[in-house]
Design a protein around this ligand. Structure first.
Ligand code: T4K
Length: 375
């Protein structure tokens, strides 16, 4: 990739010299995978860092979602959001579960808790909300709906690493939460993910399922998959944990600079950050309020100038061919999600994005919005 280009994100990497001793240890002990020493140390370190009790590491967030749904025994229909990365909903279909889309809240871009209750049928077994961009869902309202109807709650927390609210980790809510440690995430292990479980029993269930269902050398207790994280990824994650707070602080500075610079640019609305104890600034989403045509011209204009902003999440998942014929995918049922998807643009944000580059992106954005480019 050419360095004159500015991508929506770039992974934060520690100095290579810091990683070499970890690799030397793996070379010495020759345990490459299957719950090795780095895997165990990384799970323990993550519990400590995140302030949760039970973490099960995975090869990626998608297999973690698929496995968490199995561990919770979810079937029938699950209420979820059309405004996410497609893996959220694919994970349901890989378990032969029918997704039921409901609309989002325009401020948080997360499931609108008022819309959930109306979508519940006798076949509904769970809710699969997403903490989109790391913004917390309405966790108390969602839990109240779930309790009233005896439903499970599985959070897709792929964007929510390290977010804390009301004195506790956001990941502590629901029956389980799933993280992604993909290269594009605030905390990454090249590929990777994790399931946060409420208790040791459900972690054991998840652990069996990600290891073919083996309970011991000769006993298979479930139709498991291979979802394990390798020692190289786990060792890298352990090292990354030492740097993540610094990386988040650098992201916060980029976020603040955008807000300052864009405050006076007409036609762009920065999505507000929810009040939290610790934010992670995973994305910098803005709305181009003139709508889809102008948004797409702004997107193209930025690209011409080497700025690769992304339209996360456009199109809606409910518009993809395998979902659009579901009754709940009907456009008139999802007006807020549709409107946000038509205006959304995620601007580059990553720890070593120079602040003068942020200024330049804001200038380009303002120029693009001038009528001669965007009208
Ligand atoms: N749930 C949610 C809500 C999610 O957002 C995701 C993943 C998942 C579940 C599933 O978790 P995983 O199974 O992925 O662990 C990216 C990521 O591939 C995906 O992980 C992520 N969400 C999604 C929002 O974004 P793309 O197709 O946009 O990625 P890509 O390859 O275009 O990368 C974007 C930019 O990042 C590139 O232009 C340059 C930069 N980049 C990317 C990679 C991969 C790098 O600089 N280095 C890299 O190695 O999907």
């Amino acid at each position: 990739m050419n360095d004159s280009k500015t991508y929506v994100t770039r992974p934060w990497l520690p100095p290579l010299s810091e990683f070499l001793p970890y690799l030397e240890e793996i070379w010495r002990n020759k345990t490459l995978t299957n719950n090795g020493p780095f895997h165990q140390r990384f799970e323990a370190a993550l519990c400590e860092h995140l302030g949760v009790e039970h973490v099960s590491l995975f090869c990626n967030g998608t297999i973690a979602l698929v496995t968490a749904l199995q561990a919770l025994g979810i079937e029938g229909e699950v209420i979820t959001t059309p405004y996410s990365f497609v893996a959220t909903v694919h994970s349901l279909v890989w378990n032969r579960i029918e997704p039921v889309f409901v609309d989002i809240d325009p401020h948080s871009c997360n499931l609108d808790p008022r819309a959930i209750e109306a979508a519940i049928t006798p076949r509904t077994t769970a809710i699969l909300p997403v903490h989109c961009y790391g913004t917390p869902c309405a966790v108390d309202e969602i839990q109240a709906v779930a309790d009233r109807h005896g439903l499970r709650v599985l959070y897709d927390a792929a964007h929510a690493f390290g977010v804390r609210q009301h004195g506790r980790s956001l990941l502590a809510h629901g029956d389980m939460s799933v993280l992604s440690f993909h290269a594009t995430k605030v905390f990454q292990t090249f590929e990777g993910g994790a399931v946060i479980c409420r208790d040791a029993r459900s972690k054991a269930q998840v652990d069996y399922l990600k290891n073919f269902g083996f309970a011991n050398e000769v006993t298979v207790v479930a139709t498991g998959i291979n979802g394990k994280m390798s020692e190289v990824n786990a060792a890298f994650g352990l090292l990354q944990l030492e740097h993540v707070d610094q990386a988040l602080a650098l992201r916060a500075a980029v976020d603040a600079r955008y807000r300052e610079q864009l405050a006076l640019v007409e036609g762009v609305h920065c999505l507000p950050r929810a009040p939290v104890d610790t934010d992670n600034h995973a994305y910098f989403p803005v709305l181009v309020t003139a709508g889809e045509t102008v948004r797409d011209r702004v997107y193209a204009y930025l690209r011409q100038h080497g700025v690769f902003a992304r339209r996360y999440f456009y199109p809606l998942i409910s518009d993809f061919p395998m979902y659009r014929n579901l009754p709940s995918a009907a456009p008139e049922r999802l007006p807020v999600a549709r409107s946000v998807a038509q205006q959304i643009l995620c601007l580059p944000i990553f720890p070593d994005l120079p602040l003068d580059k942020v200024d330049e992106i804001c200038r380009l954005l303002a120029l693009a919005l001038e009528s001669r480019h965007a009208a």
